[in-house]
Design a protein around this ligand. Structure first.
Ligand SMILES: Nc1ncnc2c1ncn2[C@@H]1O[C@H](COP(=O)(O)OP(=O)(O)OP(=O)(O)O)[C@@H](O)[C@H]1O
Length: 508
């Protein structure tokens, strides 16, 4: 194969903190290199170096046989290197055609010409996207495809994808993978970062395991398995988490009665007990997001009732929800308060200025314990949240909600961006929280997570709650079947991501 990129002895740091400690690897045209590593291992830093947003201190990069070391994103782009970050940088008001050509030399062409070119690209790739719709109205899977098309329009030879599939359901991940295989068929190369080990095995040719700023090992994807990858990452076997045994059995904490919210939530009725973890599954257009947003007052309710501890309540804003002790962790990219320090982000109530010395010390002990337990990589808990890796920021946000005094806690994709080791901790903490009597509603696109973590799982499709499954009577395939409204048999969870090749709505 034709060598595209070679990295040798790459070192990089932030504020005197040595992050990359001599990275070496190579990448060929037509190849997908999976990159895995625990939170804070240095994956994003390495990608920032390659895509021109962070300068390395020493070491050598060669791209297509030439010395490479971009000083800016634009320079990297001109050399054929493009990055798709986890939080897409799309402007919601732009049309698909404008978004595809944004930042390219073609962006100033007349609208109709851009539209025709976008249509050709869309057709060549074989996906179903309307070039005239605004990107703000697309679901995340469609936005991911727009970002991929932007790479094609930029004529990127090396495409870097940083956790792009996080929080996408399996059938959308399968479509994305299909498009990526098409891109490498055209001679491009891809670096694919993910925390999902089954996914990386199904898409990558080789997998590089990054540990503490170094490439610890590179493996052929076809010759490894999830167990070996987990061991290489964590240096220990992954614990088998037991599925919740039996129903939660507490008194009712929340009851939702014939709730209607626009056309996306129709006649939804369910209840969640104290101490229960209640999962919610559904595609991006199923109405699950509007349902939870209606429960916390973000999305207006047209009719129906919400009862908390048997009392009917009106929740018209997030403030109402907080007053009624209903917490909500959304999975929106802008949810993290970037001005806060790590300690303040983790502190329950977090009004540090008013605390007496004793309270302050107790709170700091709690913060230090959380940092240790959740394996947050930091040398300074008073430093800004922005100095944390993406996964560690998510842990701070999650820990804050878990230590807030709520009766009902709604968590949307709580493990997004969190590595497999810390995921186990998250599950233990959620279990402890539910055992203390909190009712938890968990939205996830990861069916294994729902099955492993939840007492019962409700599935929404086309605005309706089509089933509520008791944990003991369900599995991932049954949930996907209800989500899509069609039979689905993956023959085992590890193959699920590879086999979900049914032409979904995204493919033509
Ligand atoms: N802007 C910054 N300033 C200071 N330190 C930073 C900054 N960005 C990242 N770091 C530190 O660099 C280390 C590596 O972070 P990086 O984001 O590369 O990790 P990662 O492997 O991508 O993690 P994740 O899986 O959580 O995304 C972390 O310990 C983080 O605290």
């Amino acid at each position: 194969m034709d060598l595209l990129l070679h990295a040798d002895g790459i070192h990089a740091s932030y504020d005197q903190r040595h992050i990359l400690k001599g990275i070496g690897f190579s990448l060929h045209r037509g190849e997908i290199l999976g990159l895995i590593g625990t939170n804070g291992a240095g994956k994003t830093t390495l990608m920032d170096v390659l895509s021109g947003s962070h300068k390395h201190d020493s070491g050598q990069l060669m791209l297509a046989g030439e010395k490479y070391g971009p000083d800016s994103v634009e320079e990297a782009q001109a050399c054929g290197v493009g990055l798709i970050p986890q939080n897409f940088r799309l402007l919601p008001e732009q049309t698909v055609a404008e978004a595809i050509f944004r930042g390219t030399f073609q962006a100033n062409k007349p609208h109709l010409e851009l539209r025709d070119q976008a249509l050709t690209l869309i057709r060549d790739i074989g996906i179903a996207l309307d070039p005239d719709v605004r990107v703000g109205t697309l679901i995340r899977a469609e936005q991911a495809l727009v970002e991929v098309l932007r790479m094609v329009a930029e004529e990127a030879q090396l495409v870097i994808m940083d956790e792009v599939a996080a929080s996408l359901p399996d059938h959308d991940v399968a479509v994305l993978h299909k498009v990526l295989r098409m891109l490498i068929g055209q001679g491009r190369a891809i670096i694919y970062i993910t925390h999902r080990l089954d996914e990386v095995r199904s898409i990558a040719h080789r997998i590089a395991v990054l540990r503490d700023g170094r490439v610890h090992k590179t493996l052929e994807a076809s010759r490894t398995d999830v167990g070996e990858l987990a061991f290489l990452l964590l240096q220990q076997e992954l614990e088998d988490s037991a599925r919740p045994a039996g129903p939660a059995g507490g008194d009712e904490a929340l009851r939702v009665l014939k709730l209607n919210a626009g056309k996306n939530v129709r006649d939804v009725t369910f209840s969640v007990a104290k101490g229960e973890i209640f999962g919610l599954a559904g595609t991006h257009r199923s109405g699950i997001y509007q349902l939870v947003e209606a429960l916390v007052g973000i999305h207006p309710i047209s009719s129906g009732q919400i009862l908390l501890n048997g009392q009917a309540v009106q929740i018209q804003s997030l403030e109402d929800a907080a007053r009624l002790r209903v917490g909500y962790l959304s999975d929106a990219a802008d949810a993290v308060d970037t001005d806060a320090s790590i300690a303040n982000g983790l502190r329950p109530g977090s009004d540090a200025g008013l605390a007496d010395l004793h309270t302050e010390i107790t709170q700091l002990r709690t913060v230090i314990e959380l940092v240790r337990r959740m394996r947050i990589r930091t040398t300074n808990i008073h430093g800004s949240i922005t100095t944390l890796s993406g996964g560690d920021r998510q842990k701070v946000e999650l820990a804050k909600w878990m230590s807030t005094d709520c009766d009902v806690l709604i968590l949307s994709h709580p493990s997004r961006g969190i590595d497999i080791g810390a995921k186990e901790t998250v599950y233990k903490m959620l279990t402890e929280l539910s055992q203390s009597g909190v009712a938890i509603i968990l939205l996830s696109s990861d069916m294994s997570e729902l099955v492993n973590w939840c007492h019962r799982i409700g599935v929404m499709r086309e605005g309706e709650l089509v089933t509520i499954e008791a944990n003991a009577n369900t599995n991932e395939d049954v949930l996907v079947h209800h989500m899509l409204g069609q039979k689905f048999d993956s023959k085992g969870s590890e193959a699920r991501r590879v086999k979900a090749q049914e032409p979904g709505p995204l493919l033509r």
